[in-house]
Design a protein around this ligand. Structure first.
Ligand SMILES: [Zn+2]
Length: 202
């Protein structure tokens, strides 16, 4: 956590991402190879799923916060004190090492994506808390694991009943820039699962 009121063992449903990773495998996009597509990533999480997860977290009695900006660092080392302070000054609320590139790939694959963030520690910025160690993270994660399962058990039936359509499921509708006529056949074939419904057969 990068803020006092998002305390260890709290649950946060983040609604924004700030990508400070460098280069990860797999790639950050399915596209390329002669097919250019730019998806909207202004809201990187599925806000409909977020609302359901937050509601579920409250239902199971977790101390939950709805929204927050998650800065994703490259890792695997934790942040320096300077990085931690600067991430706070930039307006980030949480720091972690996951959600990139999977949030981008999920959007390109038109899948709704959301995260249940479990606060384990106060990173390295806090004056009166010990700086984060792997031991601290694992201990608090284990404490929170059961809460996480309860949230999923409560959320999935709600999502199943209420969430039938969403902008996430149409993310590629206006994203493909390349003229379909000039997309290399091999690229088109490789990406058919994602783009086939948007590209008229030539
Ligand atoms: Zn969605």
């Amino acid at each position: 956590s990068l803020r006092q009121d998002y305390a260890p063992l709290d649950i946060v449903i983040p609604d924004q991402l700030f990508d400070r990773t460098r280069h990860r495998e797999p790639e950050y996009t399915f596209f390329g190879g002669g097919l250019v597509a730019h998806v909207s990533f202004a809201d990187p999480f599925c806000l409909n799923l977020n609302a359901i997860l937050y509601q579920a977290a409250r239902t199971v009695g977790a101390t939950a916060h709805n929204g927050g900006t998650l800065v994703v660092i490259e890792g695997p080392a934790f942040s320096t004190k300077a990085e931690s302070r600067i991430n706070r000054q930039l307006g980030c609320d949480l720091v972690g090492m996951t959600a990139i590139p999977e949030a981008k790939l999920a959007r390109e694959a038109e899948m709704g994506y959301a995260a249940i963030a479990m606060v384990t520690d106060y990173d390295a910025w806090h004056e009166t808390h010990d700086v984060v160690t792997a031991d601290m993270v694992v201990q608090n994660l284990l404490k929170n694991a059961e809460t996480g399962k309860q949230i999923l058990r409560a959320a999935l039936p709600i999502a199943d009943a209420q969430l039938h359509d969403c902008v996430c499921l149409h993310a590629l509708e206006n994203a493909i820039v390349t003229n379909p006529a000039v997309i290399p056949p091999a690229t088109r074939a490789k990406l058919d699962l994602l783009v086939g419904k948007y590209l008229p057969l030539t």
